[in-house]
Write a protein that binds this ligand. Sequence first.
Ligand code: FES
Length: 100
Amino acid sequence: MFTIKVLDGSEGHIGLPCHENESLLDAVNKREKKIPYACKGGGCGLCKIKVEEGEFKRGRSSKTVLPDHERVMNYTLACKTYPISDMKILIDLSKLTHSS
Ligand code: FES
């Protein structure tokens, strides 16, 4: 069991548990913060998030919606991302341009 700190671009964050074989999408959406999704199969790109800290593994996903240059910058698809350590993730990417 790992702890996922979820940043939504506002002040503060929530911490929630995520099992090793549970996707970040399922772990987050069981709680109050919602990540949009459609396919849960790594194909639509709606669940794209950014990993700020922590290690994770990815399942198979489309390079059309998550190209290599985004992968190396720690963008990932929450439906196909599984923690292997505690993590900190940003779920509202629209806030990225305002935060740096
Ligand atoms: S829900 Fe479609 S890529 Fe994650």
